[in-house]
Ligand binder design. Structure first.
Ligand SMILES: [Zn+2]
Length: 466
């Protein structure tokens, strides 16, 4: 049985999706006003672990991750550079997708953008106005938290601190100032705005997640994730808007990961320790070791990122790679050690047990490394067989569906035949025989090889099988 700690109930709960075998998952995505930093990656990697584990267990997962491309921060950034909002957010959207690719983060099924869902937001706000959960004031529209009795349940807020009737326009604010929040902000000088039925202006931050989650996952869905800093006000407000609008329960399981600190200190831009992936890559960090490091600490514990920890993660990763290398390349003298199937079964069981218990991955990793240690001893004593090696390789690669740190062999090299085709196409292009070049490109595409012509010559990619 899989159990998750549900922030809403404050308890460990058995996981049961609404539809057996199918999980609908919403994960709050990036606000694209800057490059993502390791604190953001901690959340994305935790969510990736959750998703990959559910897939590993045979669930079908539909994941939505929003992209906040209009809010206080993005508008401020665009104003500071004196460019259009979309030109400003574009480069950060691109860098976000590059980063998640480098970190082997499984792609969501949908990445809806706030600016592309304004009519949907208008529709929900109209509904909230109609039901009396929202009101107009000076051209803006606010959510009336006093009318929603469950306000504060997720963040366990002391209701005496609520200040209904007082309003805030800010997208983010302190817990102490729980107030009626903006669903729609009146048009302001120098800010982007949309002409809509409810007036000229732009949406608040919180409404987008309520709208885009229900649009792609339905009004009630299984899991909603984020970092603990999203609990209030963002997720509290999402619940209020969604449940007031639909009259249904919004989300069954709320999972939140804790903060990340760097070398024992709070992360901040002024300290220069808010590392982006780019900065870490410049420091010769292996991105998959970073992935491993972020995976290894339980998501509800504070994670202390250190460069020493990163080196240890690299060493752990190397142990797994060496293990696979040994199994693949050594000539074994025997066919089978009859004890190995039991070891494999035990390891698989522990691996699943760890993750099933609120994603306690360190238990799973201990099982994996304990198995590696034992098998290495057997190899040294020449007590491992060819059949065993094959089974151990396939077990380790099956674990890697969750870990996602091992090189995918088939993507590293091309067959001689395909390489030959690429050469012929290069030649055809050089001779301006574009017809033949295109024909070969198409043939390769059918074989799953995508060609990209760049200034520095042709590059190839294997189309990812999902
Ligand atoms: Zn959100």
């Amino acid at each position: 049985m899989i159990k998750f700690f549900n922030t809403l109930s404050g308890k460990l709960e058995p996981f049961q999706p609404l539809n057996p075998g199918k999980v609908k998952l919403y994960t709050c995505g990036p606000t694209v006003y800057d490059h993502a930093h390791i604190g953001n990656f901690r959340a994305y990697i935790f969510e990736d672990l959750l998703k990959r584990f559910l897939l590993f267990m045979g669930y079908e997962v539909t994941q939505v991750m929003n992209i906040t491309d209009v809010d206080d921060k993005t508008i401020k950034g665009a104003q500071a550079e004196g460019i259009k909002l979309e030109d400003y957010t574009k480069k950060y959207i691109e860098s976000f997708f590059e980063d998640i690719e480098i970190l082997n983060i499984n792609k969501a099924d949908y990445y809806p953008r706030a600016t592309e869902h304004i009519p949907d937001m208008v529709k929900m706000i109209k509904g909230l106005l109609k039901k009396g959960f929202a009101y107009r004031k000076n051209g803006s529209i606010y959510f009336r938290i006093g009318k929603f009795p469950n306000y504060g349940l997720l963040s366990k807020m002391d209701l005496t601190e609520l200040k209904p009737g007082q309003r805030t326009e800010a997208d983010e604010y302190e817990k102490e100032s729980a107030q009626d929040f903006a669903l729609w902000k009146d048009k302001k000088e120098g800010e982007p705005f949309w002409e809509t039925e409810i007036g000229s202006g732009r949406p608040g931050w919180h409404i987008e997640c309520s709208v885009m989650s229900s649009k792609y996952l339905g009004q009630t869905f299984d899991i909603h994730c984020g970092g603990v800093d999203n609990i209030f006000p963002h997720h509290e407000n999402e619940i209020a808007q969604s449940e007031a609008y639909s009259g249904k329960k919004f989300v069954n399981y709320w999972l939140h990961c804790r903060h990340l600190i760097v070398e024992g200190e709070k992360m901040s831009k002024s300290k220069g320790n808010q590392y982006t992936l780019r900065e870490l890559l410049k420091k010769k960090c292996d991105p998959l070791a970073l992935r491993f490091l972020l995976l290894a600490t339980h998501y509800r514990k504070m994670l202390n990122f250190t460069f020493e920890g990163l080196r240890q993660a690299e060493a752990s990763l190397q142990r797994i790679k060496d293990f696979i290398y040994e199994l693949e390349n050594r000539k074994f003298k025997m066919e089978e050690n009859k004890d190995i199937p039991t070891l494999i079964e035990k390891t698989r069981k522990k691996f699943i047990e760890g993750l099933s218990n609120d994603l306690n991955f360190s238990v799973s990793l201990t099982a994996l490394f304990e198995m590696i240690r034992r098998v290495n001893t057997l190899i040294a004593k020449e007590k491992l067989g060819t059949k065993n090696a094959k089974e151990l390789i396939s077990l380790t690669y099956s674990f890697d569906k969750v870990l996602a740190v091992l090189p995918q062999k088939e993507e590293k090299t091309l067959s001689v035949e395909i390489e030959e085709k690429i050469k012929i196409r290069e030649k055809a292009r050089a001779e301006k025989n574009y017809e033949q070049a295109d024909k070969i490109r198409q043939e390769l595409l059918e074989l799953g090889v995508v060609l990209e012509d760049t200034k520095n010559g042709v590059r190839w990619k294997i189309k990812k099988k999902k």
